[in-house]
Structure formats: C-alpha cells, structure tokens
Design a binder for this molecule. Structure first.
Ligand code: OTU
Length: 642
C-alpha cells in the first residue's frame, strides 16, 4: 500500500483537534513497523484488505479513548520510563478474597496506603461461566464486570479513587483463549463457520494427533491432551489449558483485530498495566511445543505498536513462565526500549529462591542469575515471592548437572521437601498437576505455609515459627531490593496460611492452586498493634522495608545490579550500585546456621568509610571481627554506603 493511500485513509473524516494530530503523528511514526509486522503474519497478497481494515480501525479506537486517559497518556510519554522508579510496590489480590467486591476493595485504600502499596493487580473481574472458570481466566467478556464484583460504575469509582491516591492498576488480558461460553464460541457451536475460524477447530483427529506428538500438557491431571470434542458442532477444538478454555486462532487477522478492540476497551477502563496472560502460547505450529514461537512475539509486538498509537500510556506485563533466555525476548528486540512488553515476571528468580530455601544453598541461584541474558535497558522485572499460580521447577538441567546433582532426583527432592513427603521439612505445600508419566509436578501453598509458619503455629513451636518469620522477611527483602517492581501476594504481608476450603467446592477442588489464595483476614489486621504476634512482626518489617525502598533512588531500576561471589555456598550477595557515595549491599543467609563471609572486599567497595555500617532493616550496626562478617540464620542485611 502506498503512503498517499494510507494518509488518505487516516485523515478522512478526522476532526483535527490537537490530540488528533498527536495521534496521527504517533501513527505516522509507528506505521512502518505496524505494516511490517502485520504482513509478516498475514501476507499482503492475501490480506491486503485486512490491513486497510486495521488502518481504519485505529482512529476509531483512538476516538473511544476517554479524555482524562488521553491526557495521562501524554504526561506518561513525557515522564519516560516511569515504571522503573523505586516508588512502585505492588499487591496482587482476588477481589472476592480481599474484601467482598469492588466497593469493599475501595474501602480498603487506606490499608494499601498504610503499607505503602501503590500498584494493584486485581485477578480477573470480568464475566465468566458459573462453576469452573479458572478463577476468571475463562472469560465470557474482556471488559464487562462480572456482577459478583459489582457494576461498571463501581469499577469506575474504584479506578478514579485509586488514581486520586496515586495507585496504579493492572488487569489481565487473557489473550490466548476465551471460555467456551464466549459469544464467538457460542456461535461456533451453533455451526457458524466464521466464528469456528476464530478458534482451531477440526472435523477429525488427523491434525490434532500430529500436533499432540510434540505438544506438552499444561494441566495433565484435570485436562489431559490439548483438544476437546464439542458434540454440538461435531468438531474438535484446541484447548491447551482447561477443556473449557478455547485457544484463539491468531492466524486469522479478524481475531487479531477483534482482540485489539477488546484490549483497547480494557485499557479504557483505566488500566495502567495490562497483564498479557499466557502470551507464550499465542502461535501454534505442528512439530513444535507451540510456545515462544517467533510469530507469538510478532503478535505481541503488533498489539504493542497499535496501543503505542492509541493508548501509549498503557504498559504491558509479559506473563511468560518460561526459561530466562525465552522470557527476555518478550521485552522485544530493541537495545533500549523493546517493542513488546515493558515488564516481565521474573519467574526465574522466584523459582530459584524456592530452590535456595529447600537446599539452603545459593549455588544454583548464582549459576542461573549470571546466565540470564541482559534485558533492554528500558524494560524491567516484576519480582515476586509467589503469585496465585503454582511454583514450577523451571531450572536449567545443565546447571543442576554442573553442581553435581541429578536434575530428576533434585526435582523429586524439591517436591518431597515442599509437598509433605519428608518428616523433617517445615513445609506444608500441596502437589499440583503431578504427572506420573514424567515424574513432573509443581508446588502450591501459601508463602507462609511453604516456609514453615503453619507447622510452627500448629505445633506451638517457637523456633520453627521464628525461623519461618525470618524466611518470609528474607524472601521479601530480596524482591524489594532486586531491580524491578516488587509485588506482594495479598496475605503474605501478614503470614497468611494455606486455605483448605477449596476442597469443599466442586468447582475448585481439583485445582490445588486455590490453597494459596487465602481470604484476607481483617481480624488479624485489626490486631496488628499487638506487635508480638508472628503476623505483626511480618507486617511491620515488610512495611518498613517498603518505606526504605521508596525513599531511595538506589532501588530504581537503572541497570545497577551487581552480583558478588563470596565463596560461601549459603550466602547471596548483590549490590545496587550508585557511584562512590551511594550504594546498597544486600547480604542473605539461606542457612539454618550462622555463616561468615570475608569482609575486606566490602570495605574496599566503600561501605565502611565511617566505620561499621548500619543494617537498614534491623537498625543495628553490623560487627566485623578479624575481617569476617557474621550473618545470622536466614538473616538479610541491607547495608548502605556511609
Ligand atoms: C496463566 O498461567 C494464569 O496465571 C493462570 O492462573 C491460568 O490458569 C492460565 O494462565 C490460563 O489462563 O499454566 O499454571 O508459561 O505457566 O500462562 C499456570 C505460562 C499456567 C503458563 C501460564 C499459566
């Protein structure tokens, strides 16, 4: 298509306000890449008219963007990489488990402010089927609020109130699949060919069987295989996740365009960060595992570039729980700003922390962290101890071998340690999706229960309890000081234990992830003034860590993290560097015994210019004897240059 024709399409009917010209400017700047991406997925020979349709869609979508959000877009463009600031601290929650509904959530804004939370990830709140719906990850709508959470008005009130308080919002864009009740799926079931092409549907098993040869299973226990037979339409449909989640067919450009419109509607609700759920799965190809394919990246990039034109203030989070070298690709290929997602889950760090807790060692952590390929300077991590999902044991087998462990036996040890198969383990986790064919399994359980607090409290064992508290603080202190945005799972700040009530719920009992999605306990929160309870100890320390973080730009992600090797296998040390005057050294002991490290190199780095530095967490001066620094069991130190 030639540029004159494109220009004509774009300007026809435009009103030419200042904002419209800014829109046109953004479009002109990004058009080349949008066109290139589009035709690389949908060849021009066949899909030239689809591209024209996309071009006429963009101004319409921009016209639907509310004024206040357009203003915010402009100020965000001016404020650069606002998401790399040290000021952001997140919390993830299920609205119905937090405080009833959206209105209830709004009432709790003072709680977030008190703790220092200014970024919320609400688990899905849009319409979903009754019964099983994967916590809302089976969507009946991408933008209509499910009535169990309230009304659209309630959401508007909430987002307005949040914005007033400087709290940003993340919602999910379940981009890979819809529920089997979504309007398109319903029409497909009724025999509508157009909508059958919105999904991967097959009259017989020939193609599905070929695909199955190389496709792994995401939920092997509850939803084995990747296809489901739909009697109403007498066809098979691809369902990589649960059998009621139909995979969208992105080889069809109509799907892309309709989903773009859905994405804009979601962004227009006042969403600051969009979580791209399961984005690694967006493209399927026979003979591959159909994850992380180059075309999946192009689809994400095309969404990004279109949103760059329509709603440039909205940023994306990549939910790709895959190998580190694959995760970083979701930042896009730019050296500075990539052209896919601004933020990605630091799934590797999360999984490695759990490995270090069980083994009491940091060798695998170091080996893996040094090998993580660097991300573009303008991207950042979302750092978390755990989320609503299971903890997968996604470690590099090569590194496990190098340490001298057998990967299969090592994973078995971790499952045994966390899933109550070892008497001596403090952990009370449950197994998720154990696959006897492969011996693979994943771990569920709340942070506190996995770290021993449940056993400690139930056995009235003070030592176990205190150890668990220290471990909870240790892991949070790491994610609060690691480069990126930290996000706390709601309840972890008060040591919430496993919630076994899911076992009584027909729609939940097969999915043990519900054990780690507890109800927020407002009675405990009322009692936080009693500073001696385990819950208060955790809460007050985490609150302090958050306020320390927010007060110093050393915590901002400016590519200033350095890992230090100490020669002690139980210790992790990393530094946030800030020139000769400024710096933060994080020293962690993953062992149950005190450990010592050589301290002269720390002195040389400039942490002892005015004598022994104070640990910012305990406010105690650290002591160095004979050039050795002692770190208590599960202690974490934050040392500032003095
Ligand atoms: C995501 O997780 C969500 O976080 C889950 O809660 C959903 O069930 C799922 O998508 C389907 O919508 O397999 O076990 O590599 O690990 O996308 C969790 C990414 C999952 C997958 C991840 C998925």
């Amino acid at each position: 298509m030639n540029q004159a024709a494109i220009h004509q399409l774009l300007t026809s009917g435009a009103k030419h306000k200042k904002e419209d010209s800014l829109f046109e400017l953004r479009l002109a700047t990004n058009l080349g890449i949008i066109q290139h991406l589009f035709f690389s997925l949908y060849p021009e020979e066949k899909y030239g008219s689809s591209f024209k349709k996309l071009l006429s869609l963009l101004p319409k979508l921009f016209a639907s963007r509310p004024d206040d959000l357009r203003q915010q877009d402009l100020s965000r463009i001016k404020s650069g990489n606002w998401y790399q600031s040290e000021k952001w601290v997140g919390m993830q929650l299920y609205v119905e488990h937090f405080n009833k509904d959206l209105k209830g959530l709004q009432e709790k804004i003072p709680y977030f402010k008190n703790l220092g939370i200014n970024f919320l990830h609400l688990m899905p709140i849009t319409k979903r089927p009754n019964g099983e719906n994967d916590g809302g990850y089976a969507v009946n709508s991408y933008h209509e609020v499910d009535k169990k959470y309230g009304t659209k008005k309630d959401l508007e009130n909430l987002t307005n109130a949040l914005r007033k308080e400087g709290i940003i919002l993340m919602l999910d864009f379940v981009v890979n699949h819809t529920s089997d009740e979504f309007p398109w799926a319903k029409k497909a079931k009724q025999g509508n060919k157009k909508y059958q092409r919105y999904y991967y549907t097959y009259e017989n098993r020939t193609i599905p069987n070929e695909f199955e040869k190389s496709l792994p299973e995401v939920f092997p226990e509850t939803s084995p295989g990747n296809y489901t037979f739909i009697p109403e339409m007498d066809q098979w449909v691809m369902t990589v996740f649960n059998d009621y989640q139909w995979d969208l067919n992105y080889t069809n450009p109509e799907v892309f365009m309709e989903m773009l419109a859905n994405l804009v509607k979601l962004a227009n609700l006042g969403v600051d960060m969009v979580r791209f759920d399961a984005l690694a799965f967006l493209w399927k190809k026979m003979g591959t595992i159909s994850q992380n394919l180059p075309e999946a990246h192009r689809v994400v990039s095309l969404f990004r570039m279109c949103l760059q034109v329509i709603a440039p203030g909205t940023i994306f989070l990549a939910e790709a729980i895959v190998a580190p070298k694959e995760i970083v690709k979701y930042f896009g290929e730019g050296v500075r700003r990539g052209n896919e997602c601004e933020v990605a889950y630091n799934a590797s760090l999360m999984a490695l922390l759990w490995n270090s807790i069980a083994t009491k060692k940091t060798i695998l952590l170091y080996k893996s962290l040094v090998s993580v390929p660097s991300k573009p300077k303008d991207g950042t991590w979302l750092n978390y101890v755990r989320c609503h999902d299971d903890i997968g044991l996604g470690y590099d087998d090569g590194f496990i071998w190098e340490i001298g462990w057998n990967p299969q036996q090592h994973r078995k040890f971790l499952l045994d340690y966390y899933c109550q198969r070892l008497d001596w383990s403090p952990s009370k986790g449950l197994m998720f999706m154990y696959n006897p064919k492969t011996g693979d399994g994943r771990i569920t359980g709340s942070t506190a229960s996995l770290l021993g607090l449940e056993k400690g409290i139930k056995k009235n064992d003070a030592e176990l309890t205190n150890e668990a508290i220290d471990k909870i603080i240790l892991l949070h202190a790491i994610i609060f000081s690691f480069a990126g945005i930290p996000i706390v799972y709601a309840g972890d700040e008060i040591g919430a234990l496993n919630d076994y009530s899911f076992l009584e719920d027909e729609a939940k009992k097969e999915d043990s992830r519900w054990v780690n999605r507890p109800q927020q306990d407002w009675d405990v929160i009322k009692g936080l003034k009693n500073t001696e309870s385990p819950q208060s100890k955790i809460f007050h320390v985490l609150k302090k860590l958050i306020s320390i973080r927010k007060a110093s730009s050393i915590f901002a992600d400016s590519d200033n993290t350095v890992l230090h090797h100490t020669g002690n296998d139980h210790i992790l040390v990393f530094e946030r560097t800030g020139g000769t005057q400024n710096g933060l050294l994080v020293v962690c002991n993953f062992d149950e015994k005190p450990q010592v490290i050589e301290a002269t190199w720390i002195m040389k780095l400039g942490y002892f210019t005015k004598g022994e530095p104070k640990d910012l967490i305990s406010d105690q001066k650290i002591t160095v004897q004979s050039g050795l620094l002692e770190v208590h069991p599960y202690q974490v130190l934050w040392l500032a240059k003095n």
